[in-house]
Structures are given as C-alpha cells and as structure tokens.
Design a protein around this ligand. Structure first.
Ligand code: FES
Length: 561
C-alpha cells in the first residue's frame, strides 16, 4: 500500500499522517509504541518526494524507489534514533521510521507501508458466514450490524436478522493504530491531550461509517432497513468509540467510566441510518476484561458450561475466563507485547515473511514463513515454536539461559539460519519469559481462587489471532499454558465476533450477557498476594523430561549453535 503524506517542516511523517489535510482523510500509519521511538517497528519505505511550490529550491521532483536519496529533499537525514534500529541496508533501501523522520521543508512524500495480515480471520469468517445460505431474493429485513472493535482489527458483519442470514462482512486494520499498537499507548495519548481523544474517536466512527457503506454495497441493501448495530470491544476501545475519556483505565484503581450495557442513538454518531436505529454496546466485566470477552463467553457457550472450562485470549493483555457450575470468574494479566513481536530483536507482526512456525525433525531445525515470503522477522507463533524447539534440543535451559555462542552484543544469540539475518537473543528470551509467566500465573491463580484443580478443566478455548495460529503443543512445552492442560486445548478463532453476531441474532442473548456479566467474579491479580510467587515460578520453563514427553518428535542436539 502506498500513501502520500503532506508535510509541515519540523513534524514527523507520523505526525503529518495523523492529520487530515485539505479535506483529505488522514493516513493510518502503524506506530506500535505510539511514536515514542522505542519499538523501531513504524518502518515505511520512502518512494519519492515532491517539494512544495513555495520552497526556494522550486518544485524539483525525485524519482520513485531511489533508495536513501528518495525523499531526501523533503526529509531530514536519519538521526541516531533511527540508525539505532535501521541497518545500512535498510537505509539504502529508503527505509525510515515514520515517528522519527521529520520534514525539513514543506512538500509531499510518498511511502510504502508494510501491511499487516488484517484479514487474519477471513477464512474463518467466510466459513462462519455460509454465503451459500444467502436468500436469493435479497434481504427481508430488518437488518442488523455486528461489530467487533479490536485494538488491531475492526470487523463488521451485516445481517438479515429476520432470517439470520449474513449478507456481507468487512475487516480492516483499526485506524487508531497510529496512536499506538496497544491500549496503554492510546489511553496515555487520550489522557494527555483531549484533541487526541477526539481524533481517535473520530477515526473509529469514520471508519465504521465507511465499513457500513461497503456492507450495504456488498448486499445491495438500503440502509433504511437497518434496525440495530451491536458492538463489542475491549473496555478501552468502547471508551474511545463513545468519546469517553479512558484515563481511569490507565492508573490505579483502573476504574472505567462505564462498563455497559448501553443503548445509544446511531444518528448521534453520524451514521446514515434511520432515527430509530440504535447502537447496543455489550457489557464488560472490568477495565481489562471487556465486552469482547463477554462476547467470547457467549460464542463458546461458557456461561452454560456444566464442567470447568477455560477461555484464554492472549494479546498484550491475557484475558482468562473460568466457567464452572457456580458461574463465571475472570481475570486479566499484563502479558506485554512480546508475543506480538514488540520488544523482540527480530519480532514482527503477522505479515508476509514473518516466521510463523518452526520445529525439529530428522534434518534438524526448520521454519516456515507467512505466505512463503522471504524471512523478514518472527511473529508470536514462530517465537513460541522456536522456544519449544530450543527447549527440546537442550539449547534453552529450564532457567531460561540460552546455551549459544555470544552475538555482537556479548549476549548469547540463536541464529535461525546460516545467513544470520534472523536470531533470538538472551534478552528476547527474558521478555518472552515475562509474558508467558504472567499468563500461566494468571491461569493458575484464577483456578486456585475458584477451588478448581487444573486437572479438572475439561476444555480450553484459545481465542484471538495468536490463539488461532499458535501450536498448542509448543504453548504447553514452554509453559505459556500449564502442563495439566495438555490435550484439552482447541483454537476458538475470533470468539468476540462470533459472540456479537450471536447477540445480534438472538432475542435473549443480550439479556443473558447482561445477566452473567453482572454476576461474574473478577480477580484483580495486582492486589493478589500470591501473584508474585506464582509469576516467578511460571517464568521458568518446564523441566527436560516434561518437555520431551510433550514434544516426542524432537531430538536433542540438532540445533545449530
Ligand atoms: S519507533 Fe516509531 S512507533 Fe515505535
């Protein structure tokens, strides 16, 4: 994807892209750390630039794809903050960090974006929507729209609520991503500057307006048949959607302005719909267990479980729900962004070229990449498999020590291939230990508090993108999920979307959500005295014998050192 950014001297590519210029919509660059210059992941490739007519140099144009020189006339040269993240090879290819590359003079710069795999659930969505079931005669109405506002991806489905038939669907990257990849960055930005809150709120409502237009065009239906819009999302996303200050979610005691359920007028959001059309927000359970998790409970039927079941959704936060005959209990744990590729040397989101799976076989260590593209980074599922393979081979000790030769930073480093482009460092291992320790400790403590032994859990539903792509055997082998859960884990896909669709189609699903949400017990790990001990213990990897019993195909000793 290519975009052209109109620049103001002194502002960065990211800052200029965030602003709508002369009626043109703002561009939506990805800025995982919110533009603080810490993650090095807001890479764009500068293709060319066009100086503004007012510059004294005149309207000299640079050609497309001329590497480091492309855009040089408009942009300041890369400073130390950029060169800390970019190799000379990157720089000569015209790669810049959008949050650091500042305009030297007015003009426009055209950049190429590295698009994430936003249609991660497209296959699932297609199967789930059963297009063959569509009525030949068009919608009978009334129509409803189910929306899942994810921090990364926004998905909307148009439904004929009379027949229960899906009529269309659309999935896009959340446009708020230029304010940070995670909820904390967006909460901080909104708390510091009311204009940022306004901008983020406007971005998501504008995005939904566009998505609704696409849905009606897909279905050949008129928007005046629209009756209701059902929305789920985490607590921060629903605050930002409704223009509510989310600052209370960022500091102790983590108090939301609302948890819902709420009914709002769709017209007040500027949606081109009839006056009677309402927006129904599903309820959340706490600041960090939101309406997306409530929708997930509905989708997996956890609220009706007769035997203990777990729902686990691992992103920057890990949301964990335990269902028993006694009702729903839930907690959230700060897993951090390591499994999403941030703060990991060669970490990457799930883009083509990211290493997504790895393992050991008779020929030694192997890995695959998304779409079979040349390897460019390692995404969460790949990191998990690499850790498991390193544990099986004995290259990674149970303590987390990496038994490899030192890299240029003087710390042990495992190279994935002889070319040495991709590697995992000792520091990465520590980051991943923190992430997996937090999730495993959260699961153990929630079950302990509810008096449910892990052995008694009948099924574990792994929700979300990471849950869909990760290998459950690797997840247990590295201790992200406790060993007692081995063999009970199944990928559950986008449970939030399935749940909100169910809410839209069922007359009583919403009231059932409100009912079980109001009775749910929420465990706050921050104030739980046993959490620190459980966390420290869960940071260790399972012992050698356990790992080899879980991954029998692995053979020690065939990892390159
Ligand atoms: S370094 Fe630019 S967004 Fe993180």
């Amino acid at each position: 994807v290519r975009i052209t950014i109109q620049g103001t001297p002194g502002l960065t590519l990211l800052e200029c892209a965030r602003r709508a210029v002369s009626g043109e919509p703002a561009a939506h660059l990805s800025a995982p750390c919110g533009g603080r210059g810490r993650c090095g992941k807001c890479r764009v490739r500068v293709l060319g630039s066009d100086l503004g007519p007012d510059t004294k140099l005149g309207a000299r144009k640079t050609g497309r794809g001329s590497g480091a020189s492309a855009g040089a006339s408009c942009l300041e040269p890369p400073g130390p903050e950029e060169t800390a993240f970019l190799s000379s090879h990157d720089l000569s290819a015209g790669i810049r960090l959008s949050c650091r590359a500042a305009f030297r003079t007015a003009g426009t710069v055209t950049v190429e974006l590295y698009e994430e795999r936003i249609s991660a659930f497209s296959a699932e969505l297609a199967a789930f929507l059963h297009p063959a079931d569509r009525t030949a005669s068009g919608p009978a109405g009334p129509l409803g729209i189910a929306v899942d506002i994810g921090t990364t991806t926004v998905v909307a489905v148009l439904l004929d609520t009379g027949t229960g038939t899906p009529l269309g669907s659309v999935s896009e990257a959340n446009r708020q991503r230029s304010w940070g990849a995670d909820v904390i960055s967006r909460i901080e930005a909104a708390g510091k500057d009311p204009e940022a809150l306004c901008a983020m709120s406007g971005l998501i409502t504008g995005q939904l307006r566009g998505m609704m237009k696409t849905l009606f065009a897909q279905a050949g239906a008129a928007s005046d048949l629209l009756h209701r819009i059902w929305v789920c999302g985490n607590t921060t996303m629903l605050h930002l959607f409704t223009g509510c200050d989310p600052s209370g979610l960022g500091t102790l005691p983590f108090r939301p302005a609302f948890l819902g359920p709420r009914t709002l007028s769709a017209r007040e959001f500027g949606f081109p719909v009839p006056d009677r059309c309402t927006i129904e927000l599903l309820p959340g359970l706490s600041a960090f267990v939101g309406a997306d998790t409530v929708a997930g409970i509905l989708a997996t039927g956890l609220h009706e479980a007769r035997e203990p079941e777990l729902l686990v959704d691992i992103g920057t936060n890990g949301e964990i729900v335990l269902a028993t005959e006694g009702g729903i209990a839930a907690t959230a744990t700060a897993a951090g962004p390591a499994f999403e590729g941030a703060h990991v040397a060669c970490g990457s989101p799930g883009v083509p070229g990211a290493v997504d799976h790895a393992g050991l076989d008779r020929d030694g260590f192997w890995f695959t990449t998304i779409d079979g593209a040349p390897a460019s980074g390692i995404c969460g599922s790949g990191l998990l498999d690499i850790l498991a393979a390193l544990r099986v081979s004995g290259t990674l000790e149970a303590s987390g020590r990496l038994a490899c030769a030192d890299g240029p930073d003087g710390m042990p480093r495992f190279y994935l291939s002889e070319g040495r482009e991709l590697f995992v460092t000792q520091r990465d291992i520590r980051q991943l230990q923190l992430a997996k320790g937090a999730v495993a400790a959260g699961i153990r403590l929630l079950c302990e508090k509810e008096g449910v032994p892990l052995e008694a859990i009948r099924r574990v539903h792994l929700a979300g993108g990471f849950g869909t792509y990760m290998n459950p055997v690797s997840a247990v082998a590295v201790g992200l999920l406790p060993t007692e859960l081995a063999g009970k884990i199944r990928a559950a896909g986008n449970t939030a979307l399935r749940g909100v669709v169910r809410a839209a189609l069922s007359a009583d699903a919403a009231s059932r959500c409100a009912e079980f949400a109001s009775r749910a017990r929420v465990l706050s790990l921050a104030s739980e005295p046993g959490f620190q001990d459980a966390f420290m213990e869960s940071m260790l990897f399972p012992d050698d014998e356990t790992v080899r019993s879980l991954v029998p195909a692995g053979r020690p000793g065939n990892i390159p050192q």
